[in-house]
Design a protein around this ligand. Sequence first.
Ligand SMILES: Nc1ncnc2c1ncn2[C@@H]1O[C@H](COP(=O)(O)OP(=O)(O)OP(=O)(O)O)[C@@H](O)[C@H]1O
Length: 979
Amino acid sequence: MAENIKVAVRVRPFNEREKTMKSKLCLQMVGNTTTITDEKGGTKNFTFDYSYWSHEGFKSNADGYLEPTDSKYADQKKVFADLGQGVLDNAWGGYNCSLFAYGQTGSGKSYSMVGYGANKGIVPIVCERLFQDIDKRMKEGNKAEYQVKVSMLEIYNEQCRDLFNSNSFKVKGGLKVRNNPKKGFFVDGLSTLPVSNYADVERKMNEGTRNRTVAATQMNQTSSRAHTVVAINFTQKSPNKEGKSMTKTSIINLVDLAGSERANKTGATGDRLKEGSAINQSLSSLGNVITALAEAAEGNKKVHVPYRDSVLTKLLQNALGGNSKTVMIAALSPANVNYEETLSTLRYANRAKAIKTKAVVNESPTDKLIRELREENAKLMEMLKQGGGGDAAGASNKEEVEELKKEMEEQMKQNQNEMEAMKKTWEERLAEESKINKDKIEAEKKKQEQMKSVPHLWNLNADASLCGMVVHFCPEGDSKIGNKSAATQPDILLAGLSIHKEHAVISNKKEKVTILPVGGAKVVLNGDEIREEKQLNHHDRVMFGTSHLYIFHHPKTYATWLKNKDAKAQEPKPTFEEAQAEIAENSGFMGISSGIKSKSNKDDLILQEDLIQLLPMINETNAISEELNKKVGFEVVLVSPQARGLKEGKTEIMVKMKDLDNGNEWTWDRNKFINRKYIMQEMYMNYMEGDPDWDLPQDQDPFWEDPDTEVLIGNVHVYLSSLAFMIELEETMPITDFKGNEQGHLMLEVHPCDDKWNNIEDGYVEPADLKGQKYNFTININGARGLPSKYDRSFCTFKFYLDDVPIKCDECTGFNPNYKFKQQFTYSPVTQQLLDYIQKEALVINVWGKQKKEQNVQKSLNTRELMQREKTLLRPGFTRLDTSASKEHIHMNESNYKMQSEVNTYRKRAERAELKINKLYDMCNKAKEKKEKNLKIEDVEGVLNSNNRFKGVARMMALIESAKDDNMGKVTSQACVLQ
Ligand SMILES: Nc1ncnc2c1ncn2[C@@H]1O[C@H](COP(=O)(O)OP(=O)(O)OP(=O)(O)O)[C@@H](O)[C@H]1O
């Protein structure tokens, strides 16, 4: 019978960073309903099968287990009881079951699925209970035979890797996903290992996680971008009523999905290169499959479910729309900073509720299964003999026939293997496996013992579940660190970016441990790159190259701590975020992070998170560039909206790519950079795998940018207030870049004009008098002076008032271009809104450049040499940029320009007023001389009181021309008031 997918959501506690930032809670849960609140207090409700409140209401017991202190709190036991127990019951019933965790990075997927320390998640408890139940039944004298096999798979960038077999990581393009008419999609060559107890499973999963950690570090991959699928294959063989052996098989798929990133963060980049290779394909395909299935469940029969679009959806086809009982758990972050992501997770989960699956008991006699496979093989053989079945399958050309043949052969091989596996007794397989396990168990025991007495390094990873997976010991004497091309095998073998043959030496002399980088190798200790020997202390952070980040553990210090600790204390350990923040701060970003912390508003929090996320990426792309000799360097820059030529918006982190050969620069937004980074990573992976085609043609090369791409040289902020007084503006204004540095000057004129578009030279009015009138003026951009010489062409754009589309002047060559640009504007009638705009806002003119195409003379230098020549890129990786100062600088510059422009307007108004008063005096004097006495004081007053003083001045002048002697004094004094 079809039944709906069970959907649960779970909210975690605030993490340390959110606490420091005093984050606000945006989620509430009452019963099964989850309510999310936006910044303005607006709420949205969602109802699920379960809404788990794990945000607060708990305490840590002696062994670190988080237990409830109030009834609302959902601990691991509760979540298991609701979700895990069902999975287990279904497995016993012979149903396939699937459990998958969805949510943004760091929201708690691994916590629910796998768990940490004493807080075991669903996966280990399911395994543990399964074996407990088997033991119990065996003890009760049950005649059945039970087999449990596990496999662990990772999908990264649409490639499958067997986490139990690190050799599979070397298979180019990953393991193949094939389709079997009976089984559906499966991963060819994936090891499914027999296990006989829970300790076996635990050990295997640890091994898988360790393999994953090493590979991710070497390849500089972000593990939260990978999907992990643990499959437990549970078979029960028991005699049926007729005494025949029947098998009931259940596959339990436990899927920890890649982090679902913020929509606006991974959204379209506008880049010429398509979305970062295939990195997100599986997750977005999963979204499409869920939507399609939900539509189908609502009665739309025509809907096509795009399972084949990605590896993940192929493998989850049964879990989502077929023979499986399925549970989805959506992990939620409680912090308002993550409002958008959390809302999108809730919507995703809400859609999934509609999906229906139809699980059936997988029951079949073993002999029947073997017979079927044998028959299928015979059929395939027959088809092969007849020429590959080409005609039958409609394959028309030779290549297709060959392809089909290959597929058939592989299918036969697969069938054969399966038959062998089935024939082999369970005991045989277990014996084989336990032989392999024995050595591993011994090695693991030795390692655990060693960890108590020998100083060592343990790894840190962005993914909390991968921390501590890799351990390197530093025994008495010297331990050499290097890569595999070292003359003698290093004691600590590292691979990957920026790791030198001989990278560093760690010396342990009577428990005093020191570290010394070799040559120019990069070793960062507690955030600072070191060049000489330094002592290592307990919990020091050490980074080799650009991605191998470790914590140093000194057993002696730890033993002292253990002795003095109070009963419940857990040793506080440095986190990945802290280590990254420290590196960021020591790289000159202190200003940003402290500035951001002090404000602690939502935008600043996001900015800081982005920064900590981007810095290691910058490091990595610089290292990849160096390794692939791409001759470009990357640098993080903080750009205010004003500096981007926008009137409002958020300060953003951007990335500058610099061509180290010729100094050309491009500024990329965050999305574009991350997108490019994934393509760079893929390129590097191909290079490492020895693919001769690793280097991409220019138009697909993520390191290449067309010099014809326009680059924002800088902006000019023009304050137009004088225009509101009908006074012209003639200025040479500085062009400032996003750091607030001058990049040249722009020569600009704004002229009020008469109806024939002649400039009004001596206009002067009060702004209020312009209201309701017709107003003509021109904006002229005459040219620029002193632009940086790397731009050989430039042009300007600007939007005036309500313009949607920017006005663009023609492109000119040279660093002193003469744009000779003139644009006429007519407003009739002038509105208060226009007057406000002119008086209060700045017109932003963006100056764009196109960079010279020719390369310069540095061809002989490689990327590393070029990077070292670069002052700003002295250390490949982090670049020193006092961005907080530049932010301040931009701000100061902007207010300076504004003040200067106001002063100029006042000065001009005073000049104009003086000019007019002088003119009045002149006229009065002339009138006095003529002794004309027909000017009436009422006439002057009437004019002065009229709203339209502009016209008034003209009339009054005419009146004064004919003024009478005795009225003269009053007339002139009134005229002065007017001015
Ligand atoms: N329910 C919870 N109670 C207590 N702590 C939790 C809970 N859920 C998550 N955490 C903590 O939050 C942190 C992040 O959780 P977790 O590693 O599970 O996230 P994730 O979504 O799996 O992240 P990633 O995508 O990077 O793998 C961990 O330190 C974890 O211990």
